[in-house]
Design a binder for this molecule. Structure first.
Ligand SMILES: [Zn+2]
Ligand SMILES: [Zn+2]
Length: 269
């Protein structure tokens, strides 16, 4: 039995992560148009109707803009908290199921999902900790303004971690954004810089951590080599696993739980 984690794409123009096991397929977030979702799933040899459930972290367009359409067009059930459902405008949908933060969601018979609160301004954002029946854990967290003790607690003990590394501080400060937007991104309700992500990872990585994917890189204020080198600087002496970056145009690779660690599948595009 194995569980795969595949980013269908990640960044400010859309996010969605596919969690698959032999018992079904779950999407975390759907910030893509119907056509984009179909195209990206097709690379995984899946159709939208193969998705058993969408779990939505928060209402921002890059995470939730495709949710209402997918619920209506393909009747894909969706689970999210009340605030997110209200903001996305799907409270009246029959295939909506509301969850409370910290409810363990038994969606697939061999994988469960736990939403935990993540600070992000104007949103009730959640990260997901995902546990397989075999006891392996992974987590998917983006749009995190600052680390909290609760976030650290839920992210510890993972074999695989997907986390945002949104911006390089020097690039953001010298970049084209107006000061008000720069301050929002850097603030406690914004996003993590590469350095903040490295520092957070240094507190959650353990000997069980085999792989990390950095996600949600800003196309204006970051570069893959900066994200990777800055994060590695903070975790180099405690992490010997595999680090990868998921960009806006995915899917590019999958990671597997329940199999030997470095096994990765190349996706034919
Ligand atoms: Zn957001
Ligand atoms: Zn986002």
């Amino acid at each position: 039995m194995s569980v795969s984690i595949t980013h269908l794409g990640s960044g400010s123009r859309g996010n969605s992560t596919l969690i698959s096991s032999e018992n079904g397929n779950v999407l975390i977030d759907n910030g893509f148009s119907g056509r984009q979702l179909e195209k990206r799933l097709a690379r995984m040899e899946l159709k939208p109707t193969d998705i058993d459930c969408m779990l939505i972290s928060h209402h921002h367009g890059d995470h939730g803009s495709g949710v209402e359409y997918a619920m209506r067009k393909w009747n894909i059930p969706a689970k999210m908290n009340y605030f997110t459902a209200e903001k996305i405008g799907v409270l009246d949908k029959e295939n909506l199921e509301l969850f409370e933060n910290l409810d363990r969601l038994e969606i697939l018979s061999d994988v469960s999902f736990l939403p935990f609160p993540v600070p992000h301004s104007g949103a009730e954002n959640v990260g997901f900790s995902i546990v397989t029946k075999g006891g392996e854990k992974t987590c998917v967290v983006t749009d995190i303004g600052s680390e909290t003790d609760e976030v650290i607690k839920h992210m510890q003990g993972c074999s695989h971690i997907s986390i945002e590394a949104n911006y390089d501080l020097r690039r953001l400060l010298s970049g084209p954004y107006p000061d008000i937007l720069k301050n929002r991104i850097m603030g406690r309700g914004g996003h993590l810089s590469n350095k903040q992500t490295g520092k957070l990872l240094s507190k959650i990585i353990g000997p069980e951590t085999k792989s990390i994917v950095l996600t949600h890189l800003s196309e204006k204020n970051n570069q893959p080599h900066l994200a990777e080198s800055t994060v590695l600087y903070h975790i180099d002496d405690i992490f010997t696993g595999d680090i990868a970056i998921s960009l806006q145009d995915g899917p590019e690779f999958s990671h597997f739980l329940g199999q030997s660690t470095q096994e990765k599948m190349s996706i034919k595009i």
